[in-house]
Design a protein around this ligand. Sequence first.
Ligand code: M6R
Length: 365
Amino acid sequence: DKGNHRHFMEKEIYEQPEVISHALSHYVDFAENTIGANAAAIDFKAATGLAISACGTAYLAGLVGKYWFERYARLPVEIDVASEFRYREMPLSPSQAALFISQSGETADTLASLRYCRDNGLKIGAVVNVRESTIARESDAVFPIMAGPEIGVASTKAFTCQLAVLAALAIGAGKARGTVSADEERALVRHLAEMPRIMSRVLNLIQPQMESLSRELSKCKDVLYLGRGTSFPLAMEGALKLKEISYIHAEGYAAGELKHGPIALIDENMPVIVIAPYDRFFEKTVSNMQEVAARGGRIIFITDEAGAAASKLPTTATIALPVVDEIIAPMIFSLPIQLLAYHTAVFMGTDVDQPRNLAKSVTVE
Ligand code: M6R
């Protein structure tokens, strides 16, 4: 049932504040502002490293997770798309832990990567939406994302719930490994707790602007997304979402890679969507934006109020989100990229929930 939404995808975008709050309450003790026992079902303390594998959007959630596990838990992360991971013959040791991220829990390549790790003696954790799935059954520990059924082929609420769970796991791992102090844990958990409310506010705030921008985007043949740090996986997720449902060619790049190739594409016909909260990477990303502006590129700048005030560069549009802590920025910044893809597809009249050539669950290699 779509309720009063036109598509399941739209319904699932607007469900995010509620399902994220549900997901968080499984991993977080909001009374004490601590990470709870459900996040410790894998022994991250003893782990010498973490292997992560997944496909598509789940892989991009894992890529954000890599930044978090390395930063907060000082745990080195090896991550690859499952179709490569399973054939890499990568040397692994039983002292490493492994996480497999899958909404459906049935993705063939992700399952094969899991079995490769299991055969190598690693402890296996599954970050899944479907708790009865094959990937969940074959794991030592299951970390449910509690998003509820996701019907739209383009993943939205599963992505942000995967992120929320990975954030809790990484903070929990940091606590276990002594790299996150009790004070830091409380502060981070407080930020997680604020997230559902901020998400609701942002969804209401940006909707009209996303709808009007999508008219512009729908006229384009190609779109480039740029980001740095955790905004880099988001840039790739924005591009994936747009191409899946609007069939517009889009690419996500690390902002620093611009001058190593994609800058040759810049002209007035290809909008560049820059994702840059006012964080420690902001100035660097803005200097990449400057390179786009200098070549007549049109910029759609997704930033926060502090970033909008700090940059003097001309943009076609600036989306100024509220300033939020770094730990929740990836979830908050997912909202404009989802809505932009959604409204562009609606405007173009594609089959938003069932885009051509795609299946919700990919159970063959
Ligand atoms: O069920 P899974 O999370 O394992 O699926 C992985 C990908 O097939 C999936 O995320 C796909 O990329 C989505 N259509 C993205 O919107």
